[in-house]
Design a protein around this ligand. Structure first.
Ligand SMILES: Cc1cc2nc3c(=O)[nH]c(=O)nc-3n(C[C@H](O)[C@H](O)[C@H](O)COP(=O)(O)OP(=O)(O)OC[C@H]3O[C@@H](n4cnc5c(N)ncnc54)[C@H](O)[C@@H]3O)c2cc1C
Length: 387
């Protein structure tokens, strides 16, 4: 057992940290408030190869795994730039296309995902189905010319920045009427695809959208994979990378908040010569949050290691636990940071309250804490399925 990163991973961590710090939380907030995107940071991260660390070298990537991508997500977040689209585009979309796409789809999309010139977002959530993806209502119908997609999706991140949406639909099998999931690469400018931006209480340069698909016509090769049988495995292929990288983003955000808060409490003096951090009522909550973040980081490392070793089932358990732990730890860390900064905690300048919405959302999305507890109860504790 080793808890050390390889020298290459260490270098990656240092380099991404340096890039993130060059932009910093001020840049992230400024972009969010101006209703702009972190275009410059994304482009630079792409040029430096950080967005494609998990993509095979033959398609222009770094040839690493989810461990490397988790490092990128964590370090950018630890610098105050938690980029949700890292979870969607390189983690989910690139993994799904690499593992289950056709060779033509790999050639068409992976190089652009690797250098950041392409973004592919992911649409599974629907207003009616919610957490229960078995109730998906978006339907794909096959005809002589290809596919027709109809349905609605909600809370879809980054549609305004992406050139494609990876849409999860269900297909009606001729004859049996049986329904099974399938994934489609839908260009964001496809006729029949419209969107409306949701007003979210999250300070973020990345936006969420309602998507309407009204008989969106797609060519036959928009279906991910060689046949409809690729649908279910392709969908599951995206879940572990999603959970692990979103957990890494949470852990990074937690580290960022604790670092800001610790600097402040070590320097701030309101009772004579002693810092407020010398009072255990201030330092203990921070120390407690630091323990929770560090525990989450361990589980992230375990989940990523298992995933990269091809042990998908074990990675599923560890990835869900890591996502749960990091989601809770990030929310605790940011809330604690706000508290120990006092009034400064609520200002934009000190850059911690700016993350409250994002970490709160991290306990709901991309999978809620309750659905993870359902998973653990059923698959780890052997309890009867509760829903
Ligand atoms: C910021 C943000 C970004 C997002 N980005 C994307 C994206 O890019 N693509 C995408 O497809 N989706 C995205 N989502 C959607 C997200 O994945 C869903 O919000 C999430 O899966 C929960 O679904 P829901 O909102 O429909 O909640 P519901 O399913 O309606 O659940 C509501 C509440 O009930 C609980 N609950 C439901 N069922 C059970 C049960 N059986 N047992 C116990 N508790 C239960 C849930 O945990 C939750 O607390 C995003 C959401 C947010 C907030």
């Amino acid at each position: 057992m080793t808890f050390d990163l390889t020298p290459e991973q260490d270098q990656l961590r240092d380099a991404v940290r340096a890039l993130g710090r060059r932009y910093g939380h001020g840049y992230f907030v400024e972009k969010a408030k101006a209703d702009e995107h972190t275009t410059e940071l994304w482009a630079e991260a792409g040029r430096l190869g950080y967005l494609g660390v998990n993509i095979p070298t033959e398609y222009g990537g770094g040839g690493g795994g989810i461990t490397e991508l988790a490092i990128v997500c964590e370090e950018l977040a630890a610098a105050g730039c938690p980029l949700l689209l890292l979870v969607v585009s390189p983690a989910i979309a690139a993994t799904v296309i690499n593992r289950h796409g056709t060779e033509d789809q790999r050639k068409r999309h992976l190089p652009g995902l690797a250098d950041g010139s392409q973004k592919i977002v992911f649409a599974i959530t629907e207003p009616e189905a919610g957490s229960n993806f078995h109730r998906l209502g978006t339907v794909a119908r096959r005809d002589a010319d290809g596919w027709l997609l109809s349905g609605r999706k909600c809370y879809i991140s980054g549609v305004d920045e992406a050139d494609h949406v990876l849409v999860v639909a269900r297909t009606e099998e001729a004859g049996t009427g049986k329904l099974k999931p399938a994934l489609f690469l839908v260009p964001t400018d496809a006729a029949g695809l419209t969107r409306s931006k949701l007003d979210m209480e999250i300070l973020s340069p990345e936006n969420q959208f309602l998507l309407y698909l009204d008989d969106v016509r797609l060519p036959a090769d928009a279906l991910v994979g060689e046949s409809l049988d690729a649908g279910l495995p392709a969908l599951f292929a995206g879940l572990n990378p999603e959970r692990i990288t979103v957990a890494a983003m949470g852990a990074g955000t937690g580290r960022y908040a604790i670092e800001r808060a610790s600097e402040y409490t070590a320097a701030r003096k309101v009772w004579g010569g002693r810092s407020i951090g010398s009072h255990q009522g201030v330092s203990h909550p921070l120390a407690h949050a630091a323990v929770q973040v560090e525990l989450a980081r361990l589980m992230i490392q375990k989940a990523a290691t298992l995933y990269d070793a091809g042990r998908d089932l074990e990675a599923g358990v560890a990835g869900n636990m890591a996502k749960y732990a990091a989601g809770e730890a990030a929310a605790l860390a940011v809330d604690t940071a706000v508290q120990v900064l006092g009034g400064a905690g609520m200002t934009t300048e000190y850059g911690v309250a700016t993350l409250l919405g994002a970490v709160r959302a991290g306990r709901i999305a991309p999978v809620s804490r309750e659905m993870i507890l359902n998973f653990v109860a059923q698959h780890v504790l052997g309890q009867e399925k509760s829903y």
